[in-house]
Write a protein that binds this ligand. Structure first.
Ligand SMILES: [Zn+2]
Length: 443
């Protein structure tokens, strides 16, 4: 019996990772990524020349790194960051077992199939493949199965970046998602490589009012009325469309007619982008979403405080001070009565569209899709790559899908009911990782 191909190994591993069901519900005791770490350790068992490091900052929250040391200390290292946790499921809305990894009509169903276990599996298979080739790479190659990405990495990549920063290199990193196609107006092909991600500027806006009996509201300062006005003023904020790359390049990649292109560049209409409208709006603006509103408890008591929480996502270059200034300006005469508290704050991060790793991605895409343009957008949400970028490294979202798999269709799978991945895309991503890894570290 010959060895399994990289693609076959990837599919088998993907199914095991789904079945382990490492569900991260944002609480420290959830996740239990130790199960996926054990599965990965078994996957690498017997692979020659692989160093294994386990990290467990909280019981069960295991991240695991597999490193093949390079022969040339001057060669560029490569680190593949694959998260092993998945988001919870609303089981009643699924028509398949969310943790069954069922194979139906050329698809594998399960929580995390797209986000991002198929990529994690492809990364592991590509690294094991190098180990088993018998030839050591020139550059040091590491694959990390990271816990806790879905809760912003505090017990995963974020913890590693802070407490085990020297365990592996952060200089050149790959992670989710990337490799889908843009529906270009003239029918030509364009492939996405994710070069950055928006930041976080979470805020709580608190107001105070007069406490008292609900039966006697006359002449009282009502906290609920005030927070409602705060919410109205915040919802009316219309941040300006960005003029900075990658937005203009992303718009031009669609090759729309000049009128449509101008509307998009000016941010006046996103209609032409169809299912990509919402994502594209987020990519071109600071966004402010009111998500949590709290006041009162008992119906007969006037609450003395009320607050509104805002999920704010800044673009590269937009600071936390910019966000506060925008809020204060919108609150106007109410601003002195509103306390603005910073919750999670992280600046956006972006990597250059040049340099050795970016070039290797472009070359790999050219190998599989010679006619495709390469388009570098930023993600609206977060990934573990921001930790690499903050350390001065570069980070790109890399995978590879068949031509019919558009950016819109991939985004729709993330955190969805009946999440699935096409086996043909798993195979392509496995082949693309194998090719890129060998190209980059010289294996
Ligand atoms: Zn993910």
């Amino acid at each position: 019996m010959g060895p399994m191909s990289t693609a076959e190994a990837t599919i088998a591993l993907l199914k095991d990772l789904i079945r382990n069901g490492c569900v991260n519900d944002l609480t420290p005791d959830s996740g239990n990524e130790a199960r996926n770490a054990d599965t990965l350790e078994a996957f690498f068992a017997g692979a020659p020349g692989v160093r294994v490091q386990r990290f467990e900052p909280h019981p069960g929250r295991v991240s695991i790194a597999f490193t093949i040391d390079g022969t040339d200390p001057d060669a560029e290292p490569l680190t593949l960051l694959g998260h092993t946790d998945v988001v919870p499921v609303d089981e009643a809305k699924w028509t398949r077992d969310p943790f069954g990894a069922e194979e139906v009509d050329g698809r594998i169903y399960g929580r995390g199939a797209t986000d991002m276990l198929y990529i994690t599996a492809a990364m592991a298979a590509a690294v094991r493949d190098v180990a088993e080739s018998g030839t050591r790479p020139r550059g040091t190659l590491t694959f990390v199965g990271c816990a806790d990405e879905e809760a912003r990495g505090g017990l995963g990549a974020g913890w590693l970046a802070e407490h085990a920063a020297d365990a592996f290199s952060w200089r050149n990193c790959l992670s989710e998602e990337g490799g889908s196609h843009l529906p270009v107006a003239d029918g030509s092909d364009a492939l996405v490589v994710v070069v950055g991600e928006k930041g976080a500027g979470q805020r709580r806006l608190t107001v105070h009012g007069d406490a008292g009996h609900g039966s006697t509201p006359h002449a009282r300062d009502l906290a609920v009325a005030k927070i409602a006005e705060v919410a109205r003023r915040v919802a009316a904020i219309e941040p300006a469309v960005t003029r900075d790359e990658p937005w203009p390049g992303y718009v031009r990649a669609f090759k729309f007619d000049p009128d449509t292109e101008r509307q998009l560049l000016e941010g006046t209409s996103y209609e032409a982008l169809g299912p990509l409208a919402r994502y594209s709006h987020a990519m071109s603006h600071l966004t402010i979403s009111p998500t949590v509103l709290r006041a009162g408890g008992a119906i007969n008591v006037l609450p003395s405080t009320a607050w509104l929480e805002l999920d704010i996502r800044p673009l590269p270059g937009q600071t936390q001070e910019d966000i506060d200034a925008l809020l204060v300006d919108a609150l106007g005469d109410l601003a002195p009565e509103v306390t603005i508290t910073h919750l999670i704050t992280e600046d956006a991060t972006i990597s250059p569209t040049s340099g050795p790793l970016y070039d290797a991605i472009v070359d790999t895409y050219a190998e599989f899709s010679p006619d495709a343009a390469v388009v570098p957008p930023i993600a609206a949400g977060g990934s573990d790559l921001r930790f690499a970028r903050r350390k001065g490294g570069v980070g790109y979202g890399f995978a590879l899908h068949r031509r019919e798999q558009t950016l819109g269709s991939v985004l729709e799978e993330l955190h969805s009911h009946d999440e699935h991945v096409e086996i043909a895309d798993v195979e392509l991503t496995a082949r693309a990782y194998r090719s890129l890894v060998r190209r980059f570290v010289g294996a």
